[in-house]
Design a protein around this ligand. Sequence first.
Ligand SMILES: [Zn+2]
Length: 361
Amino acid sequence: MDAKTRERYSRQILFAEIGEQGQERLRASSAVVVGCGALGTALANLLVRAGLGHLRIIDRDFVEESNLQRQTLFEESDARDALPKAVAAERRLAAINSDVKVEGIVADLDAKNAEDLLGGFPLLLDGTDNFEARLLVNDYAVKQGISWVYAAVVASYGVTMAIRPGQTPCLACLAESDEVVDGNHAPGEGGQNGPGPFAAPGAQATCDTVGVLGAAAGVIASIEASLALKLLLGKMQALDDRLLSFDVWTGRSQAIRVARRPNCRACGRREFRYLTGEAQPHVTMCGRDSVQIHERRRRLDLAQLGRNLAAGGGEVRHNEFLLRFRVPPYEVTVFADGRAIIKGTRDPAVARSLYARYVGA
Ligand SMILES: [Zn+2]
């Protein structure tokens, strides 16, 4: 390790559990952050500053004004320019630590691209905002035997849990069970804020319905980052594999031992239905009043589409990553991979018809 590197990471090297050897090990390590919202930005910031060798960030969305309250890597100009979050995060992180290979990928993780996007990394980290994506990551990690850290946050409350396939319970053990976990807490039960973020898909409160505090995301992302460091450093004795929760409003924290279920669909029976695409709908809800249409393997010429729409008299804005136009009361954002997010409706039929009409069937 050269003197400059030793100086840069001196406070972390002084921490006895890491030391110079641990720092070298971090430098040789890599991880993927799936989802770059409140958790993902805080987590990526911590890991890039800590001196990870290579961090990949996957996100499907673009920066909006309402993200700035808690998504700590983004600025007003990113929202103004409608930059994809993965792109904005990569730029910011590269400026924070040029030692780290930071790779922002604009994509919606799904069964078809999971191997391409997650393959070759020893650690996967949860920055997603929905259970379908988490169970997909869980299926991939369990199938491949890769460690991952689950995390979720809503309102003032969040949870996180380190998962080592074969050693610890997996997310399906927790989320797909109806059993009581430790005599007091069923998996779907949150803090005092109604259903917790680890309720079954479709049943949970989300940030779009009950809001979220930046402080809660910061705490959970910090715990998640420390679990990630222990996994990357091989400090398994220090690793807490319980479901850790913290509520920044009430100050209540819990550590719940989750039972590994021998009959678990994923880690027991090894049925990876999220990887076969059976669980992935073609159209999904995306936030409070948006529908996402997945049209993959269909590269769009955004410049050409923009010219066509503008010729039709529409109000069109585009950058090199996405194109956005308004069809009042709707707003349609189209990505180069053919995906689109239609804001202003919860009705998949309306979204489909707008897509077919303006982007092409
Ligand atoms: Zn399991």
